[in-house]
Design a protein around this ligand. Structure first.
Ligand code: PMV
Length: 344
């Protein structure tokens, strides 16, 4: 039972290189961003669990008594358990969402309900707790997109910059504090469908698609090597290499069939200003990243953001390598975050 307000945050993340290829055992590089999602858990005495996800317009409430009637025997094991299709169906019944609720919204609610019913609250997290959070986050990913590689939950849990391959994670030593633009094209996409599309293309054209995946693997490794060499004083030539890697990977991802006209537009708009972009994550719309070189004047960054916003995109300037999932005390929160939470 929650006795006081608990504030938790997790970083946003992007995959620098290796999306899709990582599903087929190749290396991915993923970084946590200094753009965080905050969660405020607040005790209530009205016998309800209220869920508010303001960014996607979800406000929902459940009777605790009703939730307690749910068969939660699967939750009694200490470790993260896989959400079976039967369990997800049961959660759908309990969630009581309207039939016309959009898929993304309903999956977000189901993932919440699943994790809410499964996880005990703790005030301080040990390494073992973080490992458990990572496992649960992976199961939440399974609710959302079926067969995830595990890279997303890993980087959100551990933060920093990670190399990920087949469940094996290593942190990049002293990654440079790269500045990027994260742009949301706002074109909805379904990760599950896109991952399945790449698999089908690989089965249909193995001799063509397998070398693309191998090449993406080599791009991730080359990026890792360059980031490792950049240290605290990156040289302009190193940025040029990072830009070339971005361009090559973006073309490969298009060849895998996960591009989108909105992402092409993003790349063109930034290219016209001498900046290099690629999609990040599943593609098919969704988000892209743009590398900001040092020495770029702030008015030029603002003009690029403005140009992207004029395309109907949302755009944030941020840096890579943020801390992973964290617990906060109310007094340590940035006042803007505090205000936003108070306004919910
Ligand atoms: O767009 P996201 O955050 O769902 O990222 C998907 C990344 C993939 O490599 C396409 C899938 C995965 O599970 O790694």
């Amino acid at each position: 039972m929650l006795s006081e307000v608990l504030l938790v945050s997790a970083p946003g993340k992007v995959i620098l290189h290796g999306e899709h290829a990582v599903v087929h055992g190749k290396v991915a590089l993923a970084v946590a961003l200094n753009l965080r999602t905050f969660l405020r858990l607040q005790p209530h005495s009205n016998g309800k669990v209220d869920l508010s996800l303001p960014n996607i317009g979800i406000k929902w409430a459940w009777d605790v008594a009703r939730l307690q009637l749910l068969d939660t025997s699967f939750l009694e094991q200490g470790d993260a358990t896989t959400p079976t299709p039967e369990l997800v169906e049961k959660l759908k019944e309990v969630a009581g969402l309207p039939d016309d609720c959009a898929v993304t919204e309903s999956l977000a609610v189901l993932a919440f309900l699943y994790l809410y019913l499964s996880i005990c609250r703790k005030q301080r997290w040990t390494k073992e707790d973080l490992e458990l959070i990572n496992k649960w986050a992976f199961q939440g990913e399974r609710v959302i997109h079926g067969n995830p590689s595990g890279v997303d939950n890993a980087v959100s849990t551990w933060g920093g910059a990670l190399r990920y391959q087949q469940g094996k994670i290593s942190s990049l030593k002293r990654p440079p504090a790269l500045q990027i633009l994260l742009t949301n094209t706002k074109v909805p996409r379904n990760t599950r469908t896109l991952v399945a599309g790449v698999r089908n293309r690989l089965l249909k054209f193995p001799e063509i698609v397998a070398p693309l995946l191998t090449s993406i693997d080599a791009i991730s490794l080359e990026c890792e090597r360059v980031l490792g060499e950049m240290g605290e004083a990156p040289a302009p030539e190193q940025y040029l290499v990072l830009e070339e890697l971005i361009d090559m990977n973006q073309h490969h991802l298009n060849a895998l069939g996960v591009g989108h006209a909105s992402l092409d537009q993003l790349c063109q708009v930034t290219r016209a200003r001498g900046l290099h972009s690629k999609l990040t994550g599943a593609g098919g719309g969704g988000c892209g990243i743009t590398l900001l070189k040092p020495g770029l004047e702030q008015p030029e960054v603002e003009a690029t953001k403005q140009a992207l916003t004029s395309c109907g995109f949302d755009c944030w300037e941020t840096s890579i390598g943020a801390p992973g999932v964290s617990i906060h005390s109310a007094t340590s929160l940035d006042s803007r975050v505090q205000q936003a939470l108070d306004g919910l």
